[in-house]
Design a protein around this ligand. Structure first.
Ligand code: ADP
Length: 447
């Protein structure tokens, strides 16, 4: 096992990794920009290193600064958290060239899944069901027209290098195709420096269901069921729950096995998420994320396991502590993402926290790097905390969420907390009957 690891991240996820490491008796190194000198992850780690100015490009995304921080502190491994460098294959390659262990999958697997066409082809070969669409990239508008004609409208044009919902355009009819084609390509070029696009059948009322997988890198892998992340605003998840209210035990076992077998075959190492759109009882693969997800705690809650601990163990060459037969799903968990944003437009709302009080009690977990008097800097993501509740069943989890939100105090900045108070009053949320479009419609009429 490692003696010391470096966490190349900030905020709640840096705390999350420090907590797992501490329980394992592993020393921790925090890195931070000058804007984060007072941040909780710096206070909580055993050691810290300043790696540059506020702009992430010069600090949290700087390969040389992070590698140097490892070298001066003697950290043997890097945990990337999510975002920042977590899915940067070039970074992983350079880390390994310096004989430092990357706590995550191989550069090869990250690269493979980062290119959506390769990802889809790979999954298809491994027997994972995919959204019907073009075989690979579409070279020109004429080919796009022919394909869309065969498939039937609506279709969606997506960037091969896409991410964060960018470079993605819907064509409802043949008349929309040309402009969707042009916009998707130019957005993709601007955002990713690559204008290759592909076409998929557009699904009208799907849910977003993702399967948590975990591999040991040697050909063993398990699945840890699904999360329903259909409540989204601008393709950003807002609330996640596990298990999915619309998924039966038989469906879970079947799609879970398909995913676990696929990552076992790939000899995938560590935590990963296979994302699907789910409509009329069918799953359609859209992408694989080769990192720990923001919403991983709902899976931890229902399986009673620590995914970060397992990531560290597997990276150190130890076996996984669970296998498919010993993993048992228990109860229901819900996570809400608390952002420092002002409703109704969700404008960023950085600033000083005058009072912070975290909720507690049975089945409540608050992952946050806030503290009284902390100033949220304006340079980074607006996620300031995640409230996760676990109950014996979904109604208990919902009641617990409402109770915990009532105890939470975050004064001094605007947050998305009022959104969740309002959502909990909605019959569709209470019944779990919503698709990926439900929240956008609700926001238009209610905020
Ligand atoms: P990104 O990597 O940019 O997040 P994804 O491929 O994961 O792109 O798609 C993001 C979101 O876009 C999905 O969660 C879904 O809401 C929507 N989407 C993607 N593909 C389709 C499709 N074929 N039909 C309908 N909606 C889609």
């Amino acid at each position: 096992m490692f003696d010391k690891i470096l966490i190349a991240n900030r905020g709640e996820i840096a705390l999350r990794v420090i907590r797992a490491a501490r329980e394992m008796g592993i020393g921790t190194v925090a890195v931070h920009s000058t804007a984060d000198a007072d941040a909780m992850h710096v206070r909580m780690a055993d050691e810290s290193v300043c790696i540059g100015p506020p702009a992430a490009g010069k600090s949290y995304l700087s390969f040389p600064n992070i590698i140097s921080a490892c070298e001066v502190t003697g950290a043997q491994a890097i945990h990337p958290g999510y975002g920042f460098l977590s899915e940067n294959a070039n970074f992983v390659q350079i880390v390994e060239d310096h004989e430092i262990t990357f706590i995550g999958p191989s550069a090869e697997h990250i690269r493979m899944m980062g290119d959506k066409i390769t990802a889809k082809e790979t999954m298809k070969k491994l027997g994972v069901p995919c959204v019907p669409g073009s075989e690979g990239g579409v070279p020109d508008l004429e080919t796009a027209r022919a394909l869309a004609g065969d498939m039937g409208f609506p279709v969606i044009i997506k960037a091969t290098a896409g991410g964060g919902g960018r470079g993605m355009k819907l064509a409802r009819t043949a008349d929309d195709l040309e402009s969707a084609w042009q916009t998707a390509r130019s957005e993709a070029k601007a955002a990713f420096g690559n204008d290759e696009v592909y076409i998929e059948k557009y699904l009208g009322t799907p849910r977003h269901i993702e399967i948590q997988v975990f591999g040991d890198g040697k050909g063993r892998a398990v699945h840890l069921g699904e999360r329903d992340c259909s409540l989204q605003r601008r393709h950003q998840k807002v609330l996640e729950e596990a298990p999915g209210p619309s998924i039966s035990a038989e469906q879970r076992a079947e799609i879970g096995k398909t995913c676990a077998d696929a990552v076992a075959e790939m000899k995938y190492s560590g935590a990963g998420t296979i994302e699907f759109l789910y409509e009329n009882g069918e799953f359609f693969f859209i992408e694989m994320n080769t990192r720990l997800q923001v919403e991983h705690p709902v899976t931890e809650a229902i399986f009673g396991i620590d995914l970060v601990r397992e990531q560290i163990r597997v990276a150190a060459g130890l076996p996984m502590e669970f296998d498919q037969d010993t993993l048992a799903l228990n109860g229901h968990a819900i996570e809400v993402r608390l952002n420092a944003e002002k409703l109704p437009k969700f404008n960023p709302s950085p600033g000083r926290i005058s009072q912070y009080h975290a909720p507690g009690g049975l089945g409540v977990r608050m992952d946050s790097a806030l503290y009284d008097g902390y100033t949220i800097p304006p340079y980074y993501d607006s996620l300031i905390g995640k409230l996760i509740v676990h109950g014996r069943d979904r109604p208990e989890a919902l009641a617990r969420l409402e109770r915990a939100l009532g105890e939470l105090i975050i004064d001094g900045v605007d947050t998305t907390v009022p959104l969740f108070h309002a959502l909990l009053q909605e019959p569709a949320i209470q019944s779990g009957d919503y698709t990926i479009h439900w929240l956008e419609h609700w926001l238009e009429t209610n905020l």
